[in-house]
Design a protein around this ligand. Structure first.
Ligand SMILES: Cc1cc2nc3c(=O)[nH]c(=O)nc-3n(C[C@H](O)[C@H](O)[C@H](O)COP(=O)(O)O)c2cc1C
Length: 346
């Protein structure tokens, strides 16, 4: 599968997820196989243009993640074009535009899903970006704003005509947020109607569902929460699509994933901590706390579907240090039970 001239090794991709799909997580998913594309967490076009360190940090990626798409949000055509040039200058393979975020903080600034309410303006944004860069410009949208404004099919055509190289559709409206279920019939109709590749997104938590969705007519599937629960899901989908049985993942491997994630996060550069005019120890404590919080965020998804997963989740949430966190992970996944000490903390 190709987006513009960018070849994807697999039609399965990690969906952008703010707060979750950081570079460390993306690298680990990539290492486990089956992943054709990773998308960064959304990054503010305004922050990119103003060169704000924290924004640039969200856009960082490593070579092993390629092909990589940087997702930006904003509503001003000139700023979005300038931000696309910055993304291109950072060496990203693709620049993606967020037209799906329903969070008022984003949507009220004429960005995210509120762009879907002004399709002509949305097309102007894409046109300005497509003219400004050589890398493919893609769009990620929802089904629409609400049930009365389910205009993804119209917007898909308009952004295609404006120069978008591919689109991704999460089959829920902004009003639905994450309730109900994604409308994959709508996604399939859009894929049938436009000539650019269409990725569908929503509710794939088993590898079998990913393969079934691929057969419904879309060119690719973006998987979000399913990857947070099971980072092997794309590799397993690739197995099934190739006619092989899906690979088994042992408890030890699941535990090792969390240990590897802690390890990678420990070595990440985080602007917020490094910029503090405090001493080394206090910066280290801030960084460790950041890692603990990252693990808590992932834990709320990763523990779903595991036997005793709620115990593990509670234990992770009560851990204050990285050593405690590692101990909880090791004892849970080696013995399939949280250690007595961790249980005592629950
Ligand atoms: C925690 C979280 C953060 C998300 N952040 C973004 C984002 O930054 N940009 C975006 O386009 N979609 C974002 N999404 C939506 C996902 O990319 C995806 O379309 C949606 O979750 C449906 O797919 P899923 O059922 O496979 O999770 C986010 C979803 C979640 C759960």
């Amino acid at each position: 599968m190709k987006i513009g001239s960018v070849e994807l090794p697999s039609p399965f991709a990690v969906a952008p997820m703010a707060g979750m799909t950081d570079s460390a997580f993306r690298r680990l998913v990539k290492r486990h196989g089956g992943c054709g594309l990773v998308v960064t967490e959304m990054v503010s076009s305004e922050g990119l243009v103003r060169g704000i360190d924290r924004t640039l940090e969200y856009a960082e990626y490593t070579e092993e993640e390629r092909p990589v798409s940087i997702q930006i949000f904003g509503g001003d055509p000139e700023k979005m074009a300038a931000a696309a040039q910055i993304v291109e200058g950072m060496g990203a393979d693709i620049v993606d535009v967020n037209m799906g975020c329903p969070v008022p903080k984003i949507a009220k600034h004429n960005a995210g899903c509120s762009l879907m309410r002004e399709p002509q303006h949305a097309a102007t944004v894409i046109n300005a970006m497509a003219k400004a860069v050589k890398i493919p410009v893609t769009v990620k949208m929802r089904a629409g704003w609400n049930d009365q404004e389910k205009n993804a099919p119209t917007l898909a055509r308009m952004v295609q005509d404006a120069g978008a190289a591919a689109i991704a559709v999460h089959g829920r409206t902004a009003a639905q947020s994450y309730s109900g279920s994604a409308d994959w019939d709508l996604v399939a109709r859009i894929a049938d109607d436009v000539s650019i590749p269409v990725f569908g997104s929503g509710d794939c938590i088993e590898p079998e569902q990913i393969v079934a969705k691929l057969q419904s007519g879309v060119e690719g599937v973006l998987v979000g929460r399913g990857v947070l629960r099971n980072p092997w899901i794309l590799a397993q989908a690739e197995d099934l699509a190739a006619g092989r049985p899906k690979r088994d993942v042992t408890l030890e491997q699941r535990g090792q994933f969390l240990l590897d994630y802690i390890e990678l996060l420990q070595h990440e550069r985080v602007w917020d901590h490094e910029s503090r005019p405090t001493n080394h120890d206090s910066r280290q404590r801030s960084h460790d706390k950041w890692v603990v919080n990252k693990l808590r965020a992932l834990g709320s998804y990763y523990t779903k579907g595991l036997d005793n997963g709620s115990h593990l989740r509670t234990a992770i949430n009560s851990a204050e240090t990285l050593d405690e966190l590692r101990e909880i992970v090791v004892s849970f996944f080696s013995g399939s039970r949280v250690s007595d000490r961790a249980i005592a903390q629950i």
